[in-house]
Design a protein around this ligand. Structure first.
Ligand SMILES: [Zn+2]
Length: 383
């Protein structure tokens, strides 16, 4: 019997879109150096998703492979496109969807938009969220983009119960870049490390809350009377992925120079701004909402210390706080102490007296107290 969080089979998928070539070349590297992606507690399979589209340097041959995995389409025997058939082959290898042989998929993509390292999560699974938070804490400039399950339902990675999409850019279609190649290699390898740690019961510490961008809507280009794209992304919006867009901010400019602003009341955080792959559908960008999401804690000592040090570093506006640093010497005062105590109560569900910090003025001593309180049975608990 495997436990709920144990992962036995991991698929690393590249080349789902034929002209996003980073994944394809990384698969070649790993095929030649399989020890790089080998871990002890699970098997890893490399899957080149769309070889024909890669050879033709196109996103797809007949239709988008990453929109071909809905349950209905996988069952539909009348579908006879190249990608429709590839989807069925991949579903047979990794799936079948609903009762899959594989537990986890890394799916490697790239974008012409200025999205840095974006980790895409479909659905709200805590395992995926913890993995993404783990990567975000260890790699600079990582953004988390959450797609509701119903929207990601036809994506390749929906075949396995858990997934991580890697979307990295800006990079032109068909191009290989050393920096991006290395970054994706690092993301996948740290992701494999994370799975290995959790399989061994050593869940690594992650932040107690993390910034996520949640998909809201897709915005199309304005069109002229003949249906052609009639405006372009305004220069002020170009490359501003994950940056706040406010009502009245310029969004498009027509070929004649007329500005078309963003009109909604609610602040949006645009992504996939001016993505080349979406011109055929006249899609200009997607809008997301930004929020902080709470991560379920696993309760280990390492995690408790890590979370406390992150809370204090944020409170004191320091890069890091050591486990044995005296917090008052670093600038804590009674006001910040009270704020941290209230944050600790919310986050760990333990009651601390107001003087707790004066008695335990280091992360490690505070951690001791929290761990000791967690050991005591909660008198309010039913069983
Ligand atoms: Zn892609």
């Amino acid at each position: 019997m495997k436990s709920r969080n144990e992962i036995k089979n991991v698929a690393i998928v590249g080349g789902t879109h034929g002209n996003e070539v980073t994944g394809t070349y990384l698969l070649r590297r790993w095929a030649a150096n399989p020890q790089e992606i080998k871990r002890h507690s699970f098997d890893t399979k490399l899957l080149w998703a769309n070889p024909k589209a890669f050879r033709e340097n196109r996103r797809y041959i007949d239709c988008d492979l990453n929109r071909s995995f809905s349950r209905d389409d996988l069952k539909d025997e009348t579908i006879d496109t190249y990608e429709g058939n590839r989807a069925k082959v991949i579903n047979a290898l990794l799936g079948p969807k609903g009762n899959p042989a594989f537990d986890f998929t890394f799916d490697i993509h790239s974008t012409t938009s200025n999205m840095g390292i974006t980790l895409i999560l479909i659905g709200e699974d805590q395992y995926q969220l913890r993995l993404a938070a783990y990567l975000k804490a260890r790699i600079r400039n990582v953004n988390l983009l959450c797609i509701p399950s119903e929207i990601g339902e036809a994506n390749l990675s929906s075949v396995t119960p858990r997934m991580l999409g890697i979307e990295i850019g800006p990079i032109p279609q068909g191009l290989l870049r050393h920096d991006i190649f290395d970054q994706v290699n690092q993301v996948v390898n740290l992701g494999l490390d994370y799975i290995e740690l959790v399989n061994a019961g050593n869940d690594p510490a992650v932040d107690y809350q993390v910034e996520v961008f949640t998909y809201r809507s897709t915005v199309k280009f304005p069109v002229d009377s003949e249906g052609n794209i009639g405006a372009m992304i305004h220069r002020d919006l170009q490359d501003k992925d994950f940056t706040a867009l406010l009502q009245g901010d310029p969004m498009f400019v027509t070929l004649g120079g007329e500005i078309i602003p963003y009109t909604e009341d609610e602040i949006a955080y645009p992504v996939f701004i001016n993505e080349a792959a979406y011109y055929d559908q006249k899609i200009a960008l997607s809008l997301t909402d930004r929020r902080m999401t709470t991560i379920a804690l696993v309760g280990t000592r390492a995690e408790t210390e890590f979370v406390l040090s992150r809370m204090w570093a944020e409170m004191l506006q320091l890069e890091a706080v050591g486990a044995d640093d005296n917090l008052f010497e670093l600038g804590a005062d009674s006001l910040s102490a009270l704020r941290i105590i209230s944050l600790v109560q919310q986050t760990f569900g333990v009651e601390l007296p107001e003087v707790a910090l004066f008695e335990s003025p280091t992360i490690s001593s505070l951690c001791e107290r929290i761990m000791a309180l967690k050991m005591k049975p909660d008198p309010r608990a039913q069983d």
